[in-house]
Design a protein around this ligand. Structure first.
Ligand code: S3P
Length: 733
C-alpha cells in the first residue's frame, strides 16, 4: 500500500500502527521519528522490530515517505505541523491519531493557513492505560472503531487510502464531521476519564485512604481503571476539547444532584427507576454494538465431571406467567400484586416496556411487584423504541397488544431476537387489519402503527402449535370488533387464557378453540407465580442421570400444558414423583421428588413436543446418558428458538463424544458416555445450562462459552446448581 511509512511518535499507538502495518505487509519500510530525549524508546522500538529504523532528524525521517502518521499527544501536533511545513510533500498522505479533532484542524489552520488537502485527520478509538512502545501490540485496532474527520477540501482519494489502510489494520472505519466527533468523544471518552480521575483524586485525599482502598473490590477497579492513564496526555485532551466537555460536566452535576435528592427523600422507587433505565440503556447499546465495543462480560462455565444432586430447592418463577402478569396487571383496573415474579432479563424487558408506556410498577423486590393498572385503554405512547432484549415472548405478545392501541410503537431486540421469525404473528394480525412492518426477512424491528378501533376479529387456524401466536392474537382480540378465535393443532401452554379468567376477562374455550372479544375489562387481582418447570427441568434431568441423586423441587408449576418433560423422562425410566398437588391462583402447582434411575432411550411421542418445547436441550443430555437410542421428530420449531437448538446441541454433544445426529425436525442420539470438551452456547441460556448438567455424567471437564444469557431466565442457576452438588465455576472476562 505504501513504500515508506514514517511514524512520528513511536509510543503505544504509533508502535501498534507500525506492528499491525508490518504484519499486514502494508509498507516496504517503516521508520520512526522522535526527539533526542525519545531516543531510548526509539532504540527499543527498533530492537523489538516494530520499526526498521529511526531518525532524530525530521527531514531525514520523512524523506521519501508516502505516508506520514503523526502519533504524538494532541498538544504537540501543532509544533509537529510547524516542523513539517517546510518539508511538506504534495505526493504524500499525512494523517494523525489525535483524540480531539477540532484542535488538530485549528492547529493546521494556524500553521498552514488552510488545512492541507492531503492531511486526513483520524482517530482510532483504541488504547490502553499503559504507554510507550513496549506496550504496543499487533491487534490494538482489531474490531475497534476509527473515525476519519475530513474537512471541505480534503482529497477524497486521500480519505479513501487512509480508510483502506485502517481497515487493513482491522478497524471499523466511520467518517464524520469534526464537531460531531468531538461531541461524541467528549461524552463517551473524555467525561468518563475525568470522572475516574476525579473519584480517585477525591478518595485518595481522604485521611482514611489506606483503609478504604484495602476494601476496594472489582467495582472500584473496573470504574477507575482509566485513572491509570497518562496524565499529560489526558490534561491535553481535556483542555483541547473543553468546549464540549464543560456542558457535559454541568449535566452530570444535575444528575448527581437528582440522585442525592432521591436519597435524601428516601425515594427508592425513583432511584430504582433511574438505575433500571441506565442498566437497560447500557444493555441496549451493548446489544446493538457488541460486535465492536464488546463491553459486556463474556461468561464461561467450567464444570468438573461427576457429582450428584441432593437436597431441596425452589427454582425461580415461571417466565411465561411473569410476562403475562405484567401485561394483564398493567391493563387491569386497580392494583395488582404479584408474588414469585421471575427477576430475570426477559421478564424485566416486559416490565420495562410497560413502564415505558406509562405504567407505574413498584419492585421487583424478592419477586414481589405492585402494578398500578391503567385499564385496557390507559397505555401511553412510549417515547422511544421498546427494547425487548432476548425475549421472543415479549415481542410476539406485545405485537398483538400494540396493534390495536391509539399510538404507534417500534419493537426491537438483541441479535438473536432480531433473527427470529415474526411473520407467524404479523400475518394473522394483518388479517385482523393491523399495520406492522417487519424487515424483508420478516424479522424485527417491528414498526407498529396503532389502529385503535379498526381491528376485526378473525377465526384463525394456527399452522404451528405456538402459545406465543395464540396469546398474541388473544391480546389483539381484546381490541377487535367481533370475535377473535384461535384453533391450535396441538395443545400449547394456556397461561394467557387462565390469567385472563383470573382477571375476570371473558375467554371461551371449546375443545382446541379459544375465543375472545373486546367486551370486557380486567379487574386487578393478586398473582402467585409458581416455579418455572422449564428451569426445574435442568435439575429433573440432572438428578435422573447422576447416580446417588435425591432431590425435592418445591412449588413447581405443573400446568398440564407444560409437563411434557416429566412424561418424557418417565417414559425413559426416570423416577419422578409429583407430590402435594394443589391449585394456586388458577394454576396447578406441586413438589417434584426425583431420584436417580437408569434411563433408556425412547422414540419421543410427537404429541408431547409442544408440551416440552423448551426442555429439549436438556432432554438431549438425558438421551445421551440413556441406554440405547432416543429419537425426536416433529420438533422443527427448535430450529427457531433463541438459537437453532437442534444444530447447536448436536454440535456440542458431538464435541463431547456423543453420537448425536441432527435431522430436519429433531435428533437421533445413541446413549452411552459423555466426554469432556469445550462447547459454545451460542448465547442461548438453555443450551448453556444443559451442557452444565451434562457435566454430572461426563468423564472429563466441560467448558461452556458464551453463558451470559443464562441471566435471561435463570440468574441463580450457577449458585443453585453448585449448592445442589454440581461442581461448576464461572469465569468472567
Ligand atoms: C412461550 C411459548 C413457547 C416457548 C417460549 C415461551 C410463551 O414458544 O418456547 O419459551 O410464554 O408463550 P412458542 O409458543 O413459540 O412455541
Amino acid at each position: 500500500m505504501f513504500n515508506r511509512i514514517c511514524i512520528i511518535g513511536v509510543g503505544l499507538i504509533g508502535g501498534s500502527i507500525a506492528r499491525a502495518a508490518r504484519q499486514q505487509g502494508l509498507s516496504n519500510t517503516i521508520v520512526g521519528y522522535g526527539r533526542q530525549q525519545d531516543e531510548q524508546n526509539l532504540q527499543t522500538a527498533k530492537q523489538l522490530g516494530v520499526i526498521d529504523d529511526y531518525m532524530l532528524d525530521l527531514a531525514e525521517a520523512v524523506q521519501g515517505a508516502d505516508c506520514v502518521v503523526i502519533a504524538t499527544p494532541v498538544a504537540s501536533i501543532e509544533s509537529i505541523f510547524v516542523l513539517l511545513k517546510p518539508l511538506w510533500s504534495d505526493s504524500a498522505i499525512y494523517t494523525d491519531v489525535g483524540s480531539t479533532k477540532g484542535s488538530v484542524i485549528a492547529a493546521a489552520e494556524r500553521v498552514f493557513g488552510v488545512v492541507p488537502d492531503n492531511l486526513v485527520p483520524a482517530h482510532p478509538i483504541a488504547g490502553a492505560e499503559q504507554s510507550g512502545v513496549t506496550a504496543s501490540v499487533n491487534d490494538l485496532f482489531l474490531n475497534k472503531r476509527l473515525i476519519i474527520t475530513p474537512v471541505g477540501n480534503t482529497k477524497p482519494e486521500a480519505v479513501q487510502k487512509i480508510q483502506g489502510f485502517w481497515e487493513r489494520l482491522g478497524s471499523l472505519v466511520s467518517v464524520m464531521d469534526v464537531q460531531h466527533h468531538d461531541g461524541v468523544l467528549a461524552a463517551t471518552s473524555h467525561l468518563p476519564h475525568i470522572l475516574a480521575f476525579a473519584l480517585v483524586d477525591m478518595l485518595g485525599h481522604k485521611d482514611e485512604q489506606s483503609e478504604i482502598f484495602q476494601y476496594a473490590a472489582g467495582g472500584f477497579k473496573d470504574f477507575t481503571r482509566i485513572a491509570s492513564s497518562d496524565p499529560t496526555m489526558w490534561k491535553d485532551i481535556c483542555a483541547a476539547n473543553k468546549d464540549e466537555i464543560i456542558p457535559l460536566i454541568e449535566q452530570l452535576k444535575g444528575e448527581l444532584d437528582k440522585i442525592q435528592r432521591l436519597l435524601e427523600t428516601n425515594d427508592t422507587r425513583q432511584l430504582f427507576e433511574t438505575f433500571t433505565y441506565a442498566r437497560n440503556a447500557r444493555q441496549r447499546f451493548l446489544d446493538q454494538f457488541d460486535n465492536n465495543i464488546n463491553m459486556s462480560k463474556s461468561i464461561t462455565f467450567q464444570v468438573q465431571p461427576g457429582g450428584k444432586l441432593q437436597g431441596e430447592a425452589r427454582v425461580p418463577g415461571d417466565k411465561s406467567m411473569s410476562h403475562r402478569s405484567i401485561m394483564l396487571g398493567s391493563l387491569a383496573e386497580g392494583v395488582t400484586h404479584v408474588k414469585g415474579f421471575l427477576e430475570a432479563e426477559d421478564a424485566l424487558a416486559t416490565l420495562q416496556a410497560f413502564r415505558d408506556m406509562g405504567v407505574e410498577i413498584e419492585g421487583p423486590v424478592n419477586g414481589e411487584l405492585t402494578i398500578h393498572g391503567v385499564g385496557k385503554h390507559g397505555l401511553k405512547a412510549p417515547t422511544n423504541d421498546l427494547y425487548l432484549g432476548n425475549s421472543g415472548t415479549s415481542m410476539r405478545l406485545l405485537s398483538g397488544l400494540l396493534a390495536g392501541q391509539a399510538f404507534n410503537s417500534v419493537l426491537t431486540g438483541d441479535k438473536s431476537l432480531s433473527g427470529r421469525p415474526m411473520k407467524r404473528v404479523t400475518e394473522p394480525l394483518a388479517a385482523m387489519g393491523a399495520d406492522i412492518k417487519t424487515t424483508e426477512k420478516g424479522t424485527a424491528p417491528l414498526h407498529i402503527t396503532g389502529r385503535a378501533g379498526q381491528l376485526t376479529g378473525i377465526d384463525y387456524a394456527m399452522p404451528i402449535a405456538s402459545a406465543q401466536v395464540k396469546s398474541c392474537l388473544l391480546l389483539a382480540g381484546m381490541y377487535a370488533q367481533g370475535v377473535t378465535s384461535v384453533t391450535e393443532p396441538a395443545p400449547t401452554r394456556d397461561h394467557t387464557e387462565r390469567m385472563l379468567s383470573g382477571f375476570n376477562y371473558p375467554v371461551k374455550q371449546e375443545g382446541n378453540k379459544v375465543s375472545i372479544t373486546a367486551e370486557g375489562s380486567l379487574t386487578a387481582t393478586d398473582i402467585d407465580v409458581p416455579s418455572d418447570i422449564s428451569s426445574a427441568a435442568f435439575f429433573l434431568v440432572g438428578a435422573s442421570i447422576a447416580p446417588g441423586s435425591d432431590l425435592l423441587l418445591k412449588h413447581v408449576g405443573v400446568n398440564p400444558t407444560r409437563i411434557g418433560v416429566i412424561d418424557i423422562l418417565r417414559l425413559m425410566g426416570a423416577n419422578i414423583e409429583v407430590l402435594n398437588e394443589r391449585t394456586v391462583g388458577g394454576e396447578p402447582v406441586a413438589d417434584l421428588h426425583v431420584v436417580y434411575s437408569a434411563l433408556k432411550g425412547i422414540d419421543i411421542p410427537e404429541h408431547l413436543v409442544p408440551l416440552a418445547i423448551d426442555e429439549f436441550p436438556v432432554l438431549f443430555v438425558a438421551a445421551a446418558c440413556a441406554e440405547g437410542q432416543t429419537r425426536l421428530t416433529g420438533a422443527e420449531e427448535l430450529r427457531v428458538k433463541e438459537s437453532d437448538r437442534i444444530q447447536v446441541m448436536a454440535d456440542g454433544l458431538q464435541i463431547l463424544g456423543v453420537d448425536a445426529q441432527s435431522t430436519e425436525d429433531g435428533m437421533i442420539i445413541q446413549g452411552g458416555s459423555i466426554g469432556g470438551g469445550e462447547v459454545i452456547s451460542h448465547g442461548d441460556h438453555r443450551i448453556a445450562m444443559s451442557f452444565s448438567i451434562a457435566g454430572l455424567r461426563a468423564n472429563a471437564p466441560i467448558t461452556i462459552y458464551d453463558c451470559e444469557n443464562v441471566n435471561t431466565s435463570f440468574p441463580e442457576f450457577r449458585d443453585l446448581a453448585k449448592r445442589l452438588g454440581l461442581d461448576l465455576v464461572c469465569r468472567e472476562a
